[in-house]
Design a protein around this ligand. Structure first.
Ligand SMILES: Cc1cc2nc3c(=O)[nH]c(=O)nc-3n(C[C@H](O)[C@H](O)[C@H](O)COP(=O)(O)OP(=O)(O)OC[C@H]3O[C@@H](n4cnc5c(N)ncnc54)[C@H](O)[C@@H]3O)c2cc1C
Length: 290
């Protein structure tokens, strides 16, 4: 087996061009890659590690976008001032991934790259309108909205010689609120059984540009059709029965034959309650800012 550690994007492109194909794998923190190979025959002909590419470990703001490098760890993202200022949902999601050790090694690119239905970051990036920046072996760069980056069956829509190098998120408009909540078997170190993410803009007390996403329900997290029902309404706990009904119907319709459907259909009530609390909390903080 050969092991590659490119340090520049041209070197990464060259590795992709020369090595891509069966048995070649990209790796970052390996917190998904290695556990998935426990007890199975080693299948790697070539490993391309992304962690020595300094450029992929950066978070910066330019031209109305915040760019998150693919190898930024959950710890790094959770604590970054730009993320805390604009994207509390992302800070909440990264802060709830696994344990401290997992958050110190696991990366945003690896989380999306693994394309797990229960991955916490995809639904958040979806509601925030992010797109993935993808490098190919011929050094071309293309940008894909999240819905196109991950296919409905829960696999990456990348060619074998492509890698995600960053995610670009539009800087939210004033009055934007965003939040992420999840439910698992435990309160900590828990994989989501169901998650709910939201982004919306409060304008004169009314909700606009509402985007809700349900995670860990179908093969891929999806934007909820309940979003439009909230448009133009005031943000308050009085919305809970209506939101719960709409989300519950949607969960039931999207996984009618799954044994977990009756549980998830009920569990979404608690999540909707937690989500409204998180958004109301943020709304109070925003209104108290000088
Ligand atoms: C104990 C434990 C708890 C966990 N808890 C959670 C949790 O609560 N929530 C959650 O969402 N996840 C959880 N995970 C899963 C995992 O930690 C995260 O998904 C993590 O972000 C993966 O990142 P990584 O860098 O370790 O990926 P790796 O394991 O290095 O890679 C994962 C996959 O993505 C591909 N990949 C990596 N980088 C790229 C890239 N830049 N472009 C394209 N493909 C790429 C790899 O080829 C591989 O298929 C947990 C894992 C463990 C072991």
């Amino acid at each position: 087996m050969n092991f590659f550690q490119p340090t520049t994007l041209p070197q990464l492109a060259q590795c992709l061009a020369e090595q891509a194909g069966p048995g070649c794998h990209l790796i970052a923190g390996c917190t998904d890659f290695l556990p998935q190979r426990n007890g199975t025959p080693w299948d790697a002909r070539a490993l391309i590690s992304l962690v020595n590419l300094a450029e992929l470990g950066q978070i910066r703001q330019e031209n109305g976008l915040v760019s998150l490098g693919a190898t930024c760890t959950h710890t790094q993202v959770e604590g970054h001032p730009l993320v805390r200022q604009y994207f509390p949902a992302l800070a909440q999601a990264c802060g709830s991934v696994g344990s401290t050790q997992i958050r110190n090694r696991g990366t945003v690119g690896g989380n999306v790259g693994n394309a797990s239905p229960a991955g916490d970051l995809y639904p958040v990036l979806l509601v925030l309108g992010a797109r993935g920046v993808v490098l190919s072996g011929n050094q071309a760069v293309r940008r894909l909205p999240m819905e196109q980056l991950v296919l409905p069956q829960g696999a990456l829509a990348l060619e074998p010689d492509e890698a995600i190098i960053a995610f670009e998120l539009p800087v939210p408009s004033p009055g934007n609120l965003n939040a992420f909540v999840k439910l698992g078997e435990r309160t900590h170190v828990t994989i989501a059984k169901i998650s709910l993410s939201a982004s919306l803009t409060l304008h004169e007390g009314r909700m606009e540009q509402v985007r809700l996403a349900l995670g860990a329900v179908a093969r891929r997290a999806f934007l909820s059709s309940s979003s439009s029902a909230l448009e133009g309404k005031s943000l308050s706990k009085a919305l809970l029965p209506e939101l719960f009904d709409a989300l519950s119907r949607e969960v039931a319709a999207s996984i009618p034959d799954r044994p977990s459907m009756p549980y998830k259909r009920q569990a979404v009530r608690g999540l909707a309650d937690d989500l409204l609390s998180a958004l109301l909390h943020q709304a109070r903080d925003v209104s108290q800012q000088p």
